[in-house]
Design a protein around this ligand. Structure first.
Ligand SMILES: Cc1cc2nc3c(=O)[nH]c(=O)nc-3n(C[C@H](O)[C@H](O)[C@H](O)COP(=O)(O)OP(=O)(O)OC[C@H]3O[C@@H](n4cnc5c(N)ncnc54)[C@H](O)[C@@H]3O)c2cc1C
Length: 637
């Protein structure tokens, strides 16, 4: 496999402009002759489909949800970055670029990150024009707050519901195109394979989740906007339905998988409270603007937080990182919280939590200000924990939250399969080894509104398209393979449910491939996962039929894919003999417990090629070079 990043030459500030000019265009009258499939209608997919429809392409969109409004994107709470410098605190495109490359621990492509920072301002303008109700200050300007890994305020927000408001904006743009007839929306369809004709992505196979019918659709290009795979770990902050099936099946058809082990653990989530739990809840990073994180100075201190005097509290992030304090990046905050709990300073019934305390902010600003900024998050916490965070500190603990890994894409967002584009969290993205807060929404919308609409045009204008129809042999073959897999899942009729296997896989992933990884644990995971997969295919029980609505069958297919992806993630984590960002190899840390990179040997994107189930995947490397932000020890002290 050859990896061609197609990164343009020239000075970084000019790369995107020059590249955009050099991209071939499709004549306006010809656009409707091209059909583009967009799978997924979260922020990345809805913005891409709406923009392509607006341009005049014939767009088919698919989602397993009944409405784009149900996508996981709706959960995003804290905000979206853009260097508008409204706060007049020294922000610039270059500073956002710099922070993001550094925040990602020097494992992202510089040119992509610069472009992301460059177009991010337009996203805010676009969303304001759509009517997204961003928070405003007293004079009417859009308000900003701060997120981790930055010393400026550049995060635009709509209370703690930013994703919901942005999605309503993208959804209205999409609905306009559906009404205009340029976009057709297929609801409750789960993509189960991509169809290749002469090596090009020319269509997809889907299952109608209501009737069970297996259908095929043909197009000139396919865009995957199917989100992240954090649910591989079973417990995560992601929507329960989020899964890896679309990208995993595309990977098996030849799309390289970039940096699969780069997983983000978010420091501020409501701690797990029992074995029955199937999901974790995020408390937005924005809370670290005003909340102070602490643990008791005494090990095993079981006093109520309000009974612990100030001098007996350890505000450890402020102590260790005086420059960034509570706003250190997520990977750093997560590791320190785990360390505190591992060393016996954790609080709450399980000892696996630290406090996030708003008492100072409430005294300083008044309860009404805190309520205005974070009211819905406080309500959510209250509902779940039965404690009032206006009165007692929140208890928080790290949880899986986001996957920086995903399908490898070049500068044009095209995967290693010609004609298969990947946008949003589904691609291996611009975040390197660690995503800074408020940058996923930025990336998804940058991809969908401002990058893909240009780059896919170049592909459509230059590629050759022999006729491809759903009746062709390639489509029939892909359809047959999907039907066979569905039949196999139903016919095993063993004793254990997909949920049981899934939970077991999640335990292995969290224990051995989770927040701290080491060689021994990863090797153990690599023997346990294939064994579990074998048991799955012998002892799975799926009730109900294939020709009907069947949530058990849906889950079984997704778990089957997770059981293969988990192994790839472990292989990737094992081969990367360094710590960087969210990938913490315990063998590679500084004396102070910080991640220790190995730039000499690992300054590359690991793009894995599928070699067969249970076979060692093939590693391809895209070297990373840093002309502008020179790699240095990432310090937030
Ligand atoms: C609780 C929470 C809070 C967050 N807060 C923030 C924040 O404040 N700021 C920020 O920048 N980021 C935040 N993030 C991250 C951000 O929300 C996501 O990264 C982003 O919304 C992903 O958007 P997406 O469009 O790529 O994918 P998604 O929103 O996950 O959309 C995926 C779409 O693909 C469809 N789909 C998936 N698979 C298939 C298939 N096989 N067939 C058919 N359809 C399929 C789904 O139906 C859905 O429409 C947060 C994440 C979480 C979990």
């Amino acid at each position: 496999m050859t990896l061609e990043s197609k990164t343009p030459g020239g000075p970084i500030e000019k790369k995107w402009q020059t590249h955009r000019f050099n991209l071939k265009l499709v004549n306006p009258a010809n656009k409707r002759k091209y059909t583009v499939i967009v799978v997924g209608t979260g922020l990345a997919g809805a913005s891409a489909a709406a923009s392509l429809g607006e341009l005049g392409y014939n767009v088919l969109t698919f989602s397993y949800h009944e409405s784009p409004r149900r996508a996981h994107s709706i959960a995003a709470q804290g905000g979206i970055n853009a260097p508008k410098n409204y706060a007049n605190d020294g922000d610039s495109v270059y500073r956002l670029f710099y922070d993001t490359v550094k925040g990602g621990d020097y494992r992202a492509r510089e040119a992509n990150v610069y472009r992301l920072a460059e177009v991010s301002g337009s996203i805010i303008d676009q969303c304001v024009a759509q009517g997204v109700p961003f928070a405003r200050d007293y004079s009417g300007y859009l308000d900003n707050r701060s997120f981790g890994g930055a010393q400026v305020s550049r995060t635009f927000y709509a209370r703690g519901q930013t994703g919901q408001q942005l999605l309503l904006g993208a959804y209205s743009a999409l609905s306009r195109q559906i009404q205009a007839g340029t976009v057709k929306f297929f609801q409750r369809r789960e993509m189960l394979d991509v169809v290749l004709v002469d090596g090009q992505a020319r269509g997809i196979v889907v299952r109608d989740l209501v009737t069970g019918a297996i259908e095929t659709y043909a197009a000139n290009g396919v865009v995957l906007a199917t989100g992240g795979y954090g649910n591989l770990f079973y417990l995560s902050t992601m929507a329960k339905a989020s899964n890896a099936t679309a990208i995993w099946r595309a990977h098996k058809k030849g799309a390289a998988f970039g940096n699969p082990c780069f997983t983000q653990i978010h420091p501020t989530c409501i701690p797990q409270s029992g074995e029955y739990q199937s999901k974790l809840t995020l408390m937005s990073e924005s809370l670290r603007n005003d909340g102070r994180i602490w643990v008791p100075k005494k090990k095993g201190d079981t006093r109520r937080p309000e009974s612990i005097p100030e001098e007996e509290r350890d505000y450890y992030l402020e102590r260790i990182y005086p420059s960034f304090g509570n706003l250190v990046p997520r990977d750093v905050a997560s590791r320190r919280a785990k360390e505190m709990c591992d060393n016996g300073f954790g609080v709450g019934p399980t000892g696996r939590a630290v406090y996030l305390d708003f008492a100072d902010a409430i005294n300083r600003l008044g309860k009404h200000v805190i309520e205005e900024r974070y009211g819905n998050l406080f309500d959510m916490y209250h509902e779940i924990s039965a404690e009032d965070p206006y009165k007692v500190p929140m208890r928080i603990y790290p949880a899986v939250h986001y996957t920086m890994g995903g399908l490898w894409v070049d500068y044009n967002l095209m995967s290693t399969i010609p004609g298969l584009f990947v946008v949003g969290e589904a691609n291996f993205s611009d975040h390197g080894a660690n995503r800074l807060g408020a940058s996923a929404l930025m990336q998804g919308l940058a991809d969908g509104y401002f990058i893909l609409p240009y780059t896919i045009g170049d592909y459509l204008a230059t590629a050759k398209f022999p006729p491809a129809k759903a009746e062709d042999p390639s489509f029939k073959q892909a359809q047959g393979e999907v039907e066979a897999m569905v039949k196999k899942l139903i016919s095993i009729q063993g004793k254990r449910t997909a949920e049981e296997f899934y939970k077991e896989l999640g335990r292995i992933m969290w224990e051995y491939v989770g927040m701290g990884r080491n060689k021994e644990g990863l090797q153990k995971a690599l023997t346990m996962i294939p064994r579990l997969r074998e048991e799955f295919w012998q002892d799975l029980k799926v009730v109900g039929s294939a020709n009907d609505l069947n949530a058990e069958l849906e889950k079984a297919g997704r778990v089957a894919d997770f059981l293969e992806l988990g192994e790839l993630v472990a292989h990737d984590a094992l081969h990367r003999e360094e710590s960087c960002g969210g990938h913490f190899r315990e063998e590679h840390q500084t004396e102070e417990g910080e991640a220790k990179r190995n730039d000499k040997e690992f300054s590359y994107v690991a793009a894995w090629e599928f070699a067969g189930v249970g076979k060692h995947p093939i590693l391809n490397k895209e070297p990373l070079t840093f002309e502008y932000v020179k790699p240095s020890e990432r310090s937030y002290k």
